[in-house]
Design a protein. Structure first.
Length: 395
């Protein structure tokens, strides 16, 4: 491998203490990046290799039986569905970017493989993906969460062909920043968690690895992180706070109470001003409309009959209890009665390219069962509330 080829890949070199550090910026779907990892290990002969992966992603990357061991029912039972959804959609989107025989993360696989083959110390230096997603998720409000989920799902519909030229563009230092600059300002906190915090985290982990007796270290990271890593790597930083997962505050609790208190207020006012018959009529409409639309959403998702029934029964109570949500309960039931097969996980990207694939693939269908009853129930809330407010006379 000639150095001329390597010069096309963004590389940074720095000395930390007694250690020479080489940082390679990659595109996660580039054959040139894979080749550069191999060439740099042969040329630089490092004793330590750092990869932009967290320990759990290293385990799943090396474990070919990962999907066979994943209990999706437990994932839904522990209410980690949105985290799994985000991970699966992002993984699926990356697979669509695969050019030729290159799979997303192949340059990381190559780095791990060569580190183990040559008895080099291999260190995952990224923050746990669950922590990153929870911190990002915890820093946005309800409507922003809905927007992000919609953006993730719409990414599955991308049919654009990715050329070698576009892959090379991914190696631009500012590629990730360009993507996030297109998001509205209210998502600055998401950018901070996913990009800026991880720049700081990666830099400190690489610095710690270099100062831990290493003489020469190679770090393999996404090119979009290079600028940020170089900004932070020279100074020791406390990154413990970057592993802290946000907890609910009184403002979060108050936000959860606003809607149910408003709905109860409308019901009480109706009983008080319009009489018992009008109040009972409102309650009946509430139950019928929300149950019907939640069940309709589950039916559109081709859910199991028991899942449809659960969605219908739980819908009227969903606004008053954060645990009893029609989509969550229906998806939990669906994941228990129709457990996905290994091939369902492996074919997410392929099935998502066809409209019928959304119902054929059990993993995608479970998320349809999660989302559509929730949407139906929310529409029902809007319809009945607007109808009730038409009868409210302020003066």
């Amino acid at each position: 491998m000639s150095y001329e080829l390597l010069s096309k890949e963004p590389i940074r070199k720095i000395r930390l203490g007694e250690c020479d550090v080489v940082i390679l910026g990659t595109a996660h779907v580039s054959q040139a990046s894979v080749d550069s990892v191999e060439a740099l290990i042969q040329q630089e002969m490092p004793d330590t290799v750092c990869v932009e992966l967290c320990p759990s992603r290293v385990r799943s990357l090396k474990d070919l039986e990962y999907w066979k061991k994943l209990d999706i029912f437990t994932v839904f039972k522990e209410r980690k569905m949105y985290l799994l959804l985000s991970s699966l959609i992002l993984s699926s989107f990356q697979k669509k970017l695969g050019y030729g025989k290159v799979k997303p993360g192949d340059e990381m696989r190559k780095a791990i493989e060569l580190a183990e083959k040559n008895n080099l110390k291999m260190i995952p230096v990224d923050r746990e993906i669950q922590t990153t997603l929870k911190r990002a998720w915890g820093n946005v409000g309800f409507f922003s969460k809905s927007y992000l989920i919609s953006a993730l799902i719409s990414s599955l519909l991308v049919k654009e062909e990715i050329t070698e030229e576009k892959i090379e563009e991914m190696k631009s230092e500012d590629a990730l920043k360009d993507i996030f600059s297109q998001l509205p300002g209210r998502f600055d906190q998401v950018k901070k968690v996913i990009i800026d915090e991880r720049d700081e985290y990666l830099a400190e982990k690489i610095r710690q690895s270099a100062m831990d007796g290493s003489k020469k270290l190679l770090a393999v990271v996404g090119a979009g992180h290079l600028e940020g890593i170089m900004k932070y790597i020279n100074e020791e930083r406390n990154i413990l706070e970057l592993d802290v997962i946000p907890t609910s505050t009184w403002k979060d609790t108050l936000t959860l109470l606003i809607v149910p208190l408003f709905l109860v207020g409308i019901a009480v006012y109706t009983f008080y001003t319009s009489g018992q018959e009008a109040g009972i009529d409102l309650v009946v409409n509430w139950i019928v409309v929300k149950s019907f639309l939640a069940a309709l959403g589950a039916m559109i998702a081709f859910a199991h009959p028991f899942s449809i029934l659960l969605a219908a029964i739980s819908a009227p109570f969903g606004n008053f209890n954060p645990i009893i949500k029609p989509g969550w309960l229906a998806a939990l039931c669906e994941s228990y009665l129709r457990k996905p097969l290994v091939e369902d996980f492996e074919k997410i990207a392929e099935d998502s390219e066809r409209f019928t694939g959304y119902w054929k693939n059990r993993v995608i269908r479970i998320f349809l069962v999660l989302l559509l009853p929730q949407i139906g129930s929310s529409i029902g809330t809007f319809i009945v509330t607007m109808k009730a407010m038409e009868g409210i006379k302020i003066f």
